[in-house]
Design a protein around this ligand. Structure first.
Ligand code: ASC
Length: 496
């Protein structure tokens, strides 16, 4: 890969903020031909993801998963016979540079719906849409064995732990295995109280472990499918084969693959979000109150004619000098020092209509949090610039897990809606969806010295400014490694 690349680890924990991999936040970009070594302590077993965090490189496939195993002698609180790891993604024919150029252009060209959905890197393209040049380039070579679906072979009677992670650029997905219930046991590296589902809604940046028992008719194979939800789908169902041994792994199931739940059934997606609870015996209860509440109004906007996304009317642009270096070295001209606002015009903003004035401002301001304080973030969704449209945004926090206190519909009411919070057994996660016209309430301890991005995990939306940055305890911790330096005002980088 002769391109700029960063790697981001979704669970880089205490004490090594420079190993988070966020270009502009914790380090300079890694230049072509350079090597960068990330070093951090893995402090909890579970299923995690890593990916490029520069521009839109993730969409080009710069990602993978990390499985952290339990220490010797410790076992999981559930049992299974075999463990499989599956990454779900979406795929575009246009290059990420082309996509980024369209997003920055006037007129705006959105990336649009992906051409394919991939399970384990394999997918199908709707060949009837193919152009002559596409056919010549081999996009529709269905006889190529590389085009055959991923096949997961199971032995009748055995139980499988499937670790499922989504690294889609855009799509929210519904995953299901025909004829089989799944029991969710893990989310983002945290145990959840087991519950059975027919389909798993999974948003970009999330991971889940589900247990599946191969207890159906073993004379045939079954479809495992992913379908787009939360946006009107224009991409064929992503297919894999749930193969009962000893049938041939590519033997076609006799059935028509499901097209999944209704894409706009927000109620069922909200219900599944609300169904997650921390597992008994592994509950980490949140502080009952918080020290600070930050409400972030999510809006689509224009800045100088360009399409953007904003939080409280500020659209994030990262500074030339990474915040981590600027803050440690007191380079006060590296970014605007005034804090961004903790709320929006609650009384007058109508979240159900296109904003009267959609214009926003570009900003590189950051939220500075008191070290070890408890912070609530309430994500407030709103109508986009399209009439009767509010999108789903998976919000991902770097460097921490947060408690998911609640989800609701409509405008969050500051004096009332905190009563709906689950402070008894909320799950902890690092990514949580914000549903259309709804709100999501999160709580975290600002206990990880450093600078941390919090952003929509839709690649194009983050590129269009949909994120904020938190700082806490910047003065604590060891010396910054020189390998993160070399851009903006940070000189003197020495890389091997
Ligand atoms: O950011 C986005 O832009 C388009 C649309 O809102 C404007 O073309 C879309 O669907 C997004 O998610």
């Amino acid at each position: 890969m002769g391109d700029l690349q960063d790697q981001q680890f979704l669970h880089s924990k205490l004490g090594t903020p420079w190993s988070d991999g966020t270009e502009g936040v914790t380090q300079c970009p890694i230049l072509p031909g350079e090597t960068f070594i990330y070093k951090f302590v893995v402090d909890r077993a579970g299923t995690y993801l890593y990916h490029g965090h520069y521009g839109m490189q993730r969409a080009a496939g710069l990602y993978g998963s990390i499985i952290v195993s339990l220490p010797e002698g410790v076992s999981e609180p559930f049992s299974y016979d075999y463990d499989h790891n599956i990454i779900l993604s979406d795929w575009y024919h246009a290059s990420t540079n082309e996509q980024a150029a369209g997003l920055s252009a006037i007129p705006f060209v959105f990336v649009g719906e992906p051409q394919s959905l991939l399970i384990y890197g394999r997918g199908k393209y709707n060949c009837s849409l193919s152009t002559a040049s596409g056919i010549a380039a081999g996009v529709c070579n269905t006889t190529n064995p590389e085009c055959s679906p991923y096949s997961l072979t199971v032995v009748p009677g055995k139980t499988y732990r499937l670790r499922i992670g989504s690294l889609t650029s855009l799509s929210a997905l519904s995953f299901e295995i025909e004829g089989h219930d799944m029991t969710v046991v893990e989310a983002d590296g945290n145990y959840v109280e087991p519950f059975a589902i027919r389909n798993l809604y999974i948003y970009s940046g999330e991971t889940y472990s589900v247990l599946v028992k191969a207890d159906q008719d073993s004379s045939r194979n079954y479809w495992a499918t992913i379908n787009v939800v939360a946006r009107k789908p224009a991409t064929p169902t992503g297919l894999a084969i749930f193969n009962y041994y000893p049938n041939h792994p590519q033997k076609q199931p006799p059935t028509v693959p499901t097209t999944g739940p209704l894409w706009n059934d927000t109620t069922s997606r909200l219900a599944q979000s609300l169904a997650f609870k921390a597992r008994q015996g592994f509950i980490n209860t949140p502080p009952v109150t918080s020290d600070r509440v930050i409400v972030l109004l999510n809006t689509q906007n224009k800045i100088d004619g360009h399409f953007k996304w904003s939080l409280n009317n500020l659209s994030l642009i990262l500074p030339q000098t990474p915040y981590l270096i600027a803050l440690r070295e007191n380079l006060t001209d590296a970014f605007v020092q005034d804090p961004p606002p903790d709320g929006y015009d609650f009384a007058n903003y109508d979240i159900h209509s296109v904003a009267k004035n959609v214009n926003a401002t570009s900003s590189n301001r950051i939220y500075r949090l008191r070290f070890n304080s408890t912070v609530d973030v309430i994500l407030q969704n709103a109508n986009s610039m399209t009439v009767n449209n509010s999108e789903t945004h998976p919000w991902h926090l770097h460097g921490h897990d947060f408690w998911v206190l609640g989800y609701g519909t409509g405008k969050y009411n500051l004096s009332r809606d905190w009563r709906k919070y689950n402070v008894v057994n909320p799950i902890m996660k690092n990514t949580a969806p914000l549903h259309p016209y709804g709100w999501t309430a999160l709580r975290f301890r600002a206990d990880n010295p450093g600078v941390w991005a919090f952003h929509c995990h839709v690649e194009s939306h983050f590129y269009m400014g949909m994120g904020v940055v938190f700082e806490e305890g910047i003065e604590k911790g060891g010396e910054l490694p020189s390998s993160i330096r070399g851009c903006g005002e940070s000189e003197g980088h020495h890389r091997p």
